[in-house]
Write a protein that binds this ligand. Structure first.
Ligand code: 13P
Length: 280
């Protein structure tokens, strides 16, 4: 069933576990994620970055693909279809196409402008039952070929954006990065805990790949209710596909090539879900 992120994330915040957000890139990835999460009976958030949205043909195509897979594969878990790091235009397009959740990312702007843009999306989304995530501070690293520095969010910024926009969840940048880390991630757990205690809404951790398990557990204990994972799925899938092609230079059927990464991807999903303690 396609749902927004409200109930699943509020329950996660209350019961101290995290719901996984896995980025999707194509039909096969979407199918593997849905199948594995359904088998494990846990809620899942499918994240679509602006780049992946274009790659897959657009939001109507993605909505049709996801709802079709839910029906044809008899998926019974709650599934949230979510824009990842959208701009105003892409968030609105995705909402019009039937997405159930969006992340409006105006974190590059000054706080007041971030708030203005975020509020506009909340006003567009909420009457349609769509949930909204925002970002303050700035998550570092590289995603969709865009590289950024880290800027740590402050408690005051988090309170202000929540009070003035009515967002449903918040990603405060607290030291995580997209893609691989250079050395150990330097997460500010003290501030995470403080923000979690001061804000009634669930908190989101971006850049979930490459964070050691003990730090993921600590982040969940400091109030993180949604964890975004992209790179680790990409790495496990491509490693398996590379091995398959290296071992069989006559392989040409795309179903066999793409499908050779299925098990590795599903194993990574299972490990993340167990680590996050996700339940329905
Ligand atoms: P990683 O690629 O580091 O897992 O980050 C994913 C993410 O945060 C998507 O928004």
């Amino acid at each position: 069933m396609l749902v927004n992120s409200k109930e699943m994330l509020e329950k996660a915040k209350k019961e101290h576990y995290a719901v996984p957000h896995f980025n999707i890139n194509d039909l096969e990835w979407t199918k593997y994620i849905l199948e594995k999460c359904n088998e494990m009976n846990i809620p899942v958030i499918l994240g679509v970055s602006d780049g992946a949205g274009k790659y897959m043909g657009g939001y109507d195509a993605i909505y049709g693909m996801v709802t079709g897979l839910i029906k044809d594969l008899n998926i019974t878990i709650p599934v949230c279809l979510h824009v990842d790091h959208g701009c105003s235009e892409t968030c609105k397009k995705a909402i019009d196409a039937g997405f159930t959740s969006v992340m409006i990312d105006a974190s590059r702007e000054e706080l007041d402008e971030n708030i203005r843009i975020t509020k506009e999306i909340v006003e567009y989304a909420h009457p349609k039952g769509v949930t909204v995530e925002a970002e303050v501070g700035h998550i570092g690293g590289t995603e969709d070929n865009i590289t950024s520095d880290i800027f740590y969010a402050t408690l005051e910024e988090c309170k202000k954006i929540y009070d003035e926009t009515g967002i449903d969840s918040l990603a405060p940048a607290l030291g995580s990065v997209h893609g691989f880390y250079k050395g150990e991630p330097n997460l500010n757990f003290e501030r995470m805990d403080l923000i979690n205690k001061e804000l009634p809404i669930p908190l989101v951790l971006h850049g979930g790949s490459g964070i050691p398990d003990d730090k993921i557990k600590k982040a969940i204990s400091c109030g993180i209710s949604k964890i975004n994972v992209n790179t680790e799925l990409q790495v496990s899938w491509s490693k398996a596909v590379r091995e398959f092609l290296n071992n069989d230079d006559k392989a040409y059927d795309p179903r066999k090539v793409i499908g050779s990464g299925e098990k590795a991807m599903k194993d990574t999903i299972e490990a993340k879900v167990k680590l996050f303690g996700t339940r329905i």
